[in-house]
Design a protein. Sequence first.
Length: 342
Amino acid sequence: MTEIIKTDAVIVGAGPCGLFAVFELGLLDIKAHVIDILDKVGGQCAELYPEKPIYDIPGLPVVTGQGLTDQLMEQIKPFDAEFHLSEMVESLERLPDGSFRLGTNADKIFECKVVIIAAGGGSFQPKKPPISNVDVYEGQSVFYAVRKMDAFKDKTVLIAGGGDSALDWTLNLAPVAKRVTLLHRRDDFRAAPDSVNKMRALVAEGKIDLVIGQVTELKGPDGKLEAAAVKLNNGSADEIACDALLPFFGLTMKLGPLAEWGLNLNENLIPVDTEKFETSEPGIYAIGDINTYPGKLKLILSGFHEAALMSQAAARRINPDRRIVFQYTTSSTNLQKKLGVA
């Protein structure tokens, strides 16, 4: 028999907005379980740019994606949230009393009073380069994200792509790697002009290489990359020696099973009100990049604001007979006790 996990709230998504929702719910004595398809917390911040600086978090002039994740995890420690990672919610049904039952692909069953969707753009997967044998090298020599720059120290790195990620990592890895080559199918880039100018300056100084063309084949035994065969834009063939390939061709966002939950959708986003951030289904809320409403800005700080208002509404739904008194953490000894600072 599958054990049924009963809780006040289930949060789908362990990115910054989902983590801050744990905090806001915790202040209101609401216990949360958090489910995420990734194998670690932090969402896109930790998965795609763990070492890339973020400059628009209030009170933090600069913080990395991993640094923000670490601080949010420290902030929610008092509330003992339980995390279920590498799991996807596959089913959702409303029970006769108005609560919900969720099932995951790990055969777990949750019963809760509210569901909070904080799934960013849904489950996301990198767009793979059209190379027949790329699967052989993935995880060993081909990587779709940079989790630690030191992993590329003294390596010969080939970066493919022409957007912000490709240019950012070309600039960031240039002083770390033994040699960096940027490969793009045309001599025109979609990245920020300042990044393009800095890249061209490094090329002019002979510190990195720029090749215009496309990878056609990877070479090397047992998943260990030694070189990439390239078709240049003049039609000729070439070979670039490298022991790591970083393809940055963007992400494919998929709602996955969320699309089957009976929610009103607008271009793969979930419309919500701006009072409670509730979806078309009472008791199901959506915060962060997954939602949409007039004036929506896809910023982490906007998601934090949404989490705060959502939590007040969720608390009233979970405990309809309880009077909720708004309190400030700076002056409330009750909240300070919950946080362990009183």
